[in-house]
Design a protein around this ligand. Structure first.
Ligand code: FA5
Length: 333
């Protein structure tokens, strides 16, 4: 087709078009890489200088006009479509359901536990997940050769500097939240009462009630006349607030090197007794490690397994469900 012929037909064609695909086809037909107008423009270089001078500017102007006409039409078409869309909205139809996210039950119960203790005048503090041998074990009266260390199968990390290596103070993933007892007492003086929620790690086989990564909530109350009676009161209040007045729990004697006496808290899960916390009165050696006078200060400490509390509260049959990533599970909460 010649330049003149194109000029005659193309504007008429644009006028007739009313959908974006047709318009795009027309653009390609004339202005695409092998488009008819493109080829004519490319052919200008073969004309004599005179003809080129004459036709060149005309062709360029025409190209510009064509582009403008196409752009204009494009705007018209999209305007036409959105207008059409607006007309199609039926305001009497029920709206689409907005999908909202869900909190993992562990997050939910942790929030609730924080609120319960805050209401009992406890402060909430957080600690570090990467700990060292000293805070996780030694200062808690668990020396290197003590058999009690076996209770906490440990993920050891590589020492990060020579000082750590020489001091034998190896880094590790904390096996419990108890090292925060030491870190807090190193920094602050009694009286105080704190809880420490956080993730802990153990190198052990998993089953329905054991995970390698789980959460604990440590508690520590230190003052001048704190006794086991205060401990029992706080624990009972806490459990009643979390589970309601009618709860099934019991205290049993236990052993942890950093408490004396030691206590375990048990609750019913799947009709069996399950240990939910270790606890006891803070051992005088622990107070000595942080330069507290053990004749002046007494205190109690506890470490609840948060996952296990959630398993009981929400009747979850297997701890591994928390971390399985199955949305059908999370959506129930
Ligand atoms: C301790 O970790 C002590 N630090 C608790 C403590 C704190 C004692 C303060 C005295 C004073 P234990 O290893 O028993 O103790 O763990 C405490 C709780 O964490 C258990 O009662 C249980 O609820 C939970 N727990 C322990 N191991 C696992 C595991 N593998 N998976 C899930 N929960 C666990």
């Amino acid at each position: 087709m010649s330049f003149e012929q194109i000029k005659k037909t193309v504007f008429f064609q644009i006028k007739e078009i009313n959908n974006p695909n047709e318009l795009e086809n027309l653009r390609i037909k004339y202005l695409g890489r092998k488009g008819e107008l493109t080829l004519i423009l490319r052919g200008l270089k073969d004309l004599s200088i005179e003809k080129r001078r004459q036709e060149g500017p005309l062709a360029q102007r025409f190209k510009k006009e064509l582009e403008e006409a196409i752009n204009k039409k494009q705007k018209e078409i999209s305007g036409f479509n959105s207008q059409k869309k607006n007309q199609l909205i039926d305001i009497s139809r029920p709206g689409k359901r907005v999908l909202s996210g869900h909190l993992n039950p562990l997050t939910k119960i942790e929030k609730e536990i924080r609120q319960i203790f805050l209401a009992m005048n406890f402060s909430v503090v957080e600690g570090q997940e990467i700990e060292d041998d000293y805070h996780n074990f030694d200062a808690l009266h668990i020396p290197k050769d003590h058999p009690a260390r076996d209770a906490w199968d440990t993920f050891w990390l590589k020492p990060i500097n020579d000082k750590q290596l020489k001091a034998g103070n190896k880094p590790l993933l904390r096996t419990h939240t108890s090292p925060m007892q030491i870190r807090y007492m190193e920094k602050y003086q009694p009286p105080f009462q704190i809880i420490v929620p956080g993730r802990v790690f153990r190198y052990e086989a998993t089953d329905a009630s054991h995970e390698t990564t789980f959460k604990q909530v440590e508690g520590l109350m230190v003052g001048e006349d704190i006794s086991l009676v205060n401990f029992k009161f706080i624990i009972e209040e806490f459990l009643k607030k979390l589970f309601g007045e009618k709860i099934d729990f019991e205290f049993r004697p236990s052993y942890y090197p950093f408490v004396e006496p030691g206590v375990d808290v048990y609750m019913k899960w799947k009709n069996k007794w399950l240990e939910v916390a270790g606890a006891g009165m803070v051992h005088p050696e622990v107070f000595r490690a942080v330069n507290y006078n053990p004749y002046k200060w007494q205190g109690f400490a506890f470490g609840f397994g948060l996952d296990r509390l959630a398993m009981i509260k929400y009747k979850i049959p297997d701890i591994r469900m928390f971390y399985g990533g199955d949305l059908r599970f999370v959506k129930q909460f």
